[in-house]
Design a protein around this ligand. Structure first.
Ligand code: AP5
Ligand code: MG
Length: 187
């Protein structure tokens, strides 16, 4: 299955991926995790990306696209059972680029799971986590960037008939159960 996880920062995308991978054998490609690994290893790419991440802005498209192309290539080589994208695409340009990449290999998306969580709950969750970009100012900007650039993808994928909404509040297990219901229906 080829799945995109869509939702605001803190909506719980990363939290749910392990359980999905374990149950369905679908590996995750998470651009935020890949970027944080580059920053931690102090690579040139990491050095380029860091100021954007610290500010909560989107990292330039060419950097992220290269990582996705690499990720898809590795998954193809590993003969994986599709993929889950966490944190990508983030705007219309990225969504269109992903469509083109997948068209080329004749493997279109099956599903976009949209995590519905209100902003008040999100801010509380992120302040409680304490990742490098989880301070109030950066969180506010991440939410602004999400509203402006990422939220339009809800409409984009609805029009393609791919979007399914999942209520992203409650216990982690309860949300996992809702996700399983959708995946079992589609599989
Ligand atoms: P990214 O790593 O994608 O971070 P984000 O968008 O800010 O989202 P989060 O990881 O914070 O949210 P999440 O939905 O995964 O929530 P989580 O499960 O962690 O991106 C970081 C930066 O990298 C961006 O700002 C940008 O600079 C750059 N970047 C990344 N991708 C890019 C791209 N494609 N293009 C350009 N730039 C890109 O949960 C959050 C917290 O809530 C956790 O503490 C968790 O334990 C808790 N929690 C989860 N579920 C629940 C629950 N049910 N109840 C209570 N708490 C919960
Ligand atoms: Mg995440």
């Amino acid at each position: 299955m080829r799945i995109v996880l869509l939702g605001a920062p803190g909506s719980g995308k990363g939290t749910q991926t392990d359980a999905i991978t374990e149950r369905y054998g679908i590996p995750t490609v998470a651009t935020g995790d890949l970027l944080r690994a580059e920053v931690a290893a102090n690579t040139e790419l990491g050095q380029q990306a860091k100021p954007y991440m610290d500010a909560g802005d989107l990292v330039p498209f060419d950097i992220v696209l290269g990582m996705i192309e690499n990720g898809l290539k590795k998954l193809a080589e590993a003969n994986s059972n599709g993929f889950m994208m966490d944190g990508f695409p983030r705007d219309l340009a990225q969504a269109e680029a992903l469509d083109q990449l997948l068209d080329k290999i004749n493997q279109p998306l099956d599903l976009v799971l949209f995590f519905e969580v209100d902003y008040e709950e999100i801010v509380g969750r992120l302040l409680g986590r304490g990742r490098a970009d989880d301070n109030e100012e950066t969180i506010r900007n991440r939410l602004r960037v999400y509203e402006e650039k990422t939220a339009p993808l809800i409409e984009y994928y609805t029009r393609k008939g791919l979007l399914r909404k999942v209520k992203g509040t409650g216990t982690i297990d309860a949300i996992g159960e809702r996700i399983r219901a959708v995946l079992d229906e589609i599989a």
